[in-house]
Write a protein that binds this ligand. Structure first.
Ligand SMILES: Cc1cc2nc3c(=O)[nH]c(=O)nc-3n(C[C@H](O)[C@H](O)[C@H](O)COP(=O)(O)OP(=O)(O)OC[C@H]3O[C@@H](n4cnc5c(N)ncnc54)[C@H](O)[C@@H]3O)c2cc1C
Length: 360
């Protein structure tokens, strides 16, 4: 049976590990620190279907179905919070968004709300209802670290092996053939390697001399105490560049606005107060609750992006048995299940031509 080494125990690596373990492969998950401590550990966990790129929307839907199904399984220990999701398109994209919402509504609970319908339903939250919004009543969010633990436990039960506290220093190869990974615990032989190391994937590709366009961007999300506001849906707003969700546990709303910062060091970072001011200013254009709001913390971390050349769940050019599962552009939670399926599909093609097969 071919052996696959998955590098990185964030949600993406955990889902790949889970997917391959359940299909009977000999899978090893290697995590330098502890599971779920990268971008996954600070993520809002919003899982929704809509994206103004139809292909991405259908990929998101795979994640939405996966997480809802997992949460329904007795004893899974994870929850899917159906807080609802609103997507506000930019003005010039509104007709296309409305059209795509109509297409998706044939298979998914996705609908378009006109500004009047938005006012009637969410008028207590919104200062501006233009240009209307896509509404997903059955979308929401998950707790990403709990998800990591749940899928890793299931993968372990299916025979997968987990190496926490084991850092991968390099991918080993013999010409174009992948032979394993060099780690702090020695060399692990493997027929294929999946790089799911988030923001730390780029150095592993650099060491192999592989050209890529992976880079980091900084995401900051401020936690805003909003007394009296309940049932706040998750949201993406392309008109005012906002994203976030409610946090019922603290009576607050997570509110994010692009920092514009690239190539930052990996891992969590202290909040930038000037960014908080920019975020609240942008938020005031959309939300009624931002006046007098009290920011009280939040999260700030580097996330792995690609400009589109280094696609996730693809073989690295020149190394068929080396797959990148990184560069999720701020969408790794909802896209993770699609990445896992696609990685299994690509590996099945690659490994049948070598020593065996990773079942689909
Ligand atoms: C503030 C914030 C909010 C977000 N909100 C959402 C959201 O609402 N919905 C959504 O879909 N996405 C969201 N995202 C994006 C999403 O969280 C990420 O895309 C996703 O968590 C990436 O998961 P990952 O497993 O690829 O990377 P990570 O979670 O970063 O995991 C990579 C892991 O690899 C390990 N690792 C690194 N190098 C090595 C090595 N050499 N050897 C062994 N292990 C290694 C790290 O320790 C880490 O555990 C958000 C991101 C941020 C920063």
């Amino acid at each position: 049976m071919p052996r696959v080494a998955v590098v990185g125990g964030g949600l993406v690596g955990a889902l790949v590990f889970h997917r391959l373990s359940l299909s009977g492969a000999d899978v090893h998950l290697l995590e330098r620190h502890r599971l779920g401590m990268g971008a996954t550990g600070v993520s809002g966990g919003v899982v929704r279907c809509f994206d103004d790129d139809p292909e991405t929307a259908w990929r998101n839907a795979i994640g939405w179905r996966f997480f809802r199904q997992l949460a329904r399984q007795p004893g899974s220990g994870v929850r899917f919070q159906p807080a609802g999701f609103l997507y506000f398109p930019a003005l010039d994209r509104a007709p296309a968004a409305r059209h795509l919402a109509g297409e998706l509504s044939r298979e998914l609970p996705v609908t378009w709300l006109t500004p009047d319908l938005l006012r009637a339903r969410f008028g207590h939250l919104l200062a501006d209802t233009s240009p209307g919004a896509v509404w997903e009543p059955a979308s929401g969010y998950v707790a990403p670290v709990a998800m990591v633990q749940a899928v890793v436990a299931a993968g372990r039960a299916a025979g997968g092996q987990v190496w926490e506290g084991t850092e991968v220093h390099a991918v080993e190869r013999d010409g174009a053939q992948i032979t394993g990974v060099r780690t702090t615990a020695g060399v692990l032989d493997a027929d294929a390697v999946v790089l799911a190391a988030g923001a730390r994937t780029a150095p592993l590709l650099d060491a192999l001399g592989v050209e890529h366009d992976l880079h980091t961007r900084v995401i900051q999300v401020d936690l805003c105490a909003v007394g009296g506001v309940t049932g706040h849906p998750a949201f993406i707003d392309d008109l005012y560049d906002l994203h976030g969700r409610g946090d019922p546990a603290s009576g607050s709303v997570y509110l994010g606005h692009p920092t514009g910062l690239r190539d930052a060091p990996c891992g969590p970072q202290p909040l930038d107060a000037a960014q908080t001011v920019r975020t609240l200013r942008a938020g005031a254009a959309r939300f009624a609750w931002t006046s007098g709001v009290r920011p009280h913390g939040g999260v700030r971390s580097a996330e792995c992006y690609t400009a589109g050349r280094t696609l996730p769940a693809r073989s690295v050019p020149g190394f068929p048995a080396l797959i990148t599962a990184a560069g999720l552009n701020g969408a790794g939670i909802r896209l993770g299940p699609w990445v896992a399926d696609e990685t299994a599909r690509v590996l099945a093609g690659v490994l049948t031509t070598t020593r065996g097969s990773v079942a689909r």
